[in-house]
Design a binder for this molecule. Structure first.
Ligand SMILES: Nc1nc2c(ncn2[C@@H]2O[C@H](COP(=O)(O)OP(=O)(O)O)[C@@H](O)[C@H]2O)c(=O)[nH]1
Ligand SMILES: Nc1ncnc2c1ncn2[C@@H]1O[C@H](COP(=O)(O)OP(=O)(O)O)[C@@H](O)[C@H]1O
Length: 183
């Protein structure tokens, strides 16, 4: 089972994913590829495998990706090889994927649980981006309306206001969905 979290940049996707990974030992991060630069403290495969634009374009050419998108000016995508390897066994995988990539992914693979995270307001989102020390805030906000308009296509839509509450709700969703798909 693959759990996808989407929502605008700064809404809290990675904070929540890290909390879930810390609290649930049967959940694993699904690595994906990107051409964006590695940020300080990021480790390869957690979740990104960093590749050059040339290498990414080669993978597109050779049809090695289940889906890919350009987000904030960089390529992001999910390799078929990783999905095939990671889907063996009864693992629960988790990953944040942008709204357009999610639409493509659910058409191509089964057993995907989609969760959309909203901020309480656009102002709250801006505060979080500032709090994270983000410099390119305008670039990130440019996708906000498009992203929010896609929320209805997700199975679950949650407002990430109080972190602890959101984490608990997502853990409950994962447990429920996993029970249902294992029956
Ligand atoms: N389509 C697609 N989008 C992805 C993938 N991995 C991450 N993203 C999205 O790429 C965007 C940028 O992610 P990232 O660079 O980690 O963080 P940000 O700059 O803080 O938003 C987010 O909307 C992610 O959901 C992927 O494999 N496929
Ligand atoms: N519920 C919350 N309440 C307050 N701050 C939060 C909450 N969720 C996330 N944050 C903070 O907001 C910032 C953006 O979160 P992050 O996980 O990096 O977002 P995303 O991965 O969606 O871009 C971080 O500084 C994080 O600590």
């Amino acid at each position: 089972m693959l759990v996808i979290l989407s929502g605008s940049s700064g809404v809290g996707k990675n904070t929540i994913i890290n909390r879930i990974l810390g609290d649930m030992n049967n959940v694993e991060l699904m690595p994906t590829m990107t051409t964006r630069e590695k940020r300080p403290g990021e480790e390869t495969g957690k979740p990104y495998i960093f590749v050059s634009k040339e290498e990414f374009e080669r993978m597109i050419e050779e049809d090695e990706l289940v889906e890919h998108q350009i987000v904030h000016g960089f390529y992001y995508g999910t390799p078929k090889k990783i999905v095939n390897e990671k889907f063996k066994g009864n693992k629960i995988l988790i990953k944040d994927i942008d709204v357009d990539g999610t639409q493509n992914l659910v058409k191509r693979i089964n057993n995907v649980v989609t969760i959309y995270l909203k901020p309480k307001s656009k102002e709250q989102l801006i505060e979080r981006l500032k709090g994270r020390g983000e410099e390119r805030i305008e670039v990130r906000l440019a996708r906000f309306e498009h992203e929010e308009a896609m929320a209805d296509t997700y199975k679950y839509v949650l407002v990430n206001d109080q972190l602890e509450e959101t984490v608990e709700k997502i853990k409950d969703i994962i447990i429920k969905e996993y029970d249902e798909c294992s029956i």
